[in-house]
Unconditional design. Structure first.
Length: 284
């Protein structure tokens, strides 16, 4: 196997389970060293034991929405490596499920803190370890932020914010050769799905509940699909691709380097306001 990330140093949030753990495994198999950051220290220890046979795995427990905890991650990365090559922001929560008039404001704010503020804090802390060497890769998770998602207002608001943050940070870090992209991994069977089904059709909505139940029964999209997209975006194969939102399920991303100039001079794979003339309409 070609080691696409040989000797690269990667910080992965949410790396103790779910898709974050799958990303860590694939990165290790491709020659990277990883630092996993998650809240549950027991799950982190188990992940470290499981993955250490593949390469160097370090862990640190904490909350991505806590400034001090995030700063400790940056300190540990600097003490271990002196720099960082890759940041994957995979940590996230669904937050409260239900009509906007009924959800708890405190729980709603919490999902913003974890998904959006947490992503911002991690970029703020780790990007300086990339800027010194003028190269790096930042990968954010934005699934659910590109369209309306009734009864999940906190989640959608947080991920929509991640998409705008993603594009803006990409512009800020362009001169440092740091590529910043967002991914949508598709409907993966994780704890998110279990939480959704547990909430029931009354809060989730019957159509969404039925689709999720079918997803649970059929297996959903394998988390490896999202991890493979992360590998592409973390590797030199994606150099120059930045500020984009890519789907692990629908986009033929391996072909994008062949169209790099056209891609980066356009607004494809971004969120934009659609005007009437874009759809052949005229409202004058």
């Amino acid at each position: 196997m070609a080691e696409l990330l040989k000797n690269k140093k990667a910080v992965i949030t949410g790396g103790s389970r779910g898709i974050g753990k799958v990303v860590a495994k694939l990165f290790l198999e491709n020659g990277a060293e990883v630092l996993l950051f998650a809240r549950n220290s027991n799950e982190l220890s188990e992940a470290q034991k499981e993955l250490s046979a593949l390469g160097k795995v370090e862990v640190i427990a904490g909350d991505v929405s806590n400034v001090k905890d995030v700063d400790e991650v940056a300190k540990k990365a600097k003490s271990l490596w002196g720099e960082a090559d890759i940041l994957v922001n995979a940590a996230g929560i669904y937050g409260p499920i239900g009509p906007v008039t009924e959800v708890d404001p405190g729980e709603w704010r919490k999902v913003i803190d974890v998904n959006l503020i947490g992503t911002f804090l991690m970029i703020r802390a780790i990007a300086p370890l990339m800027k010194t060497k003028k190269i790096g890769k930042i990968i954010n998770f934005s699934g659910g932020g590109e369209a309306a998602f009734p009864n999940f207002t906190g989640y959608v608001a947080s991920k929509g914010g991640v998409l705008r943050l993603n594009e803006t940070v990409a512009a800020e870090l362009k001169d440092f050769n740091i590529d910043v992209n967002a991914i949508t991994p598709g409907p993966v069977n994780t704890k998110f799905l279990d939480d959704l089904l547990k909430a029931g059709p009354e809060k989730v909505g019957k159509d969404m509940y039925d689709r999720s139940l079918k997803q649970k029964e059929t297996g959903g999209v394998p988390p490896e699909r999202g991890a493979e997209l992360c590998l592409f975006l973390a590797s030199a194969a994606s150099d120059g691709i930045s500020g984009k939102m890519l789907s692990a399920v629908w986009d033929n991303y391996p072909k994008l380097p062949e169209h790099l100039q056209e891609l980066m001079s356009s607004d494809v794979y971004t969120m934009r306001r659609v005007k009437p003339e874009h759809r052949g309409m005229k409202f004058d």
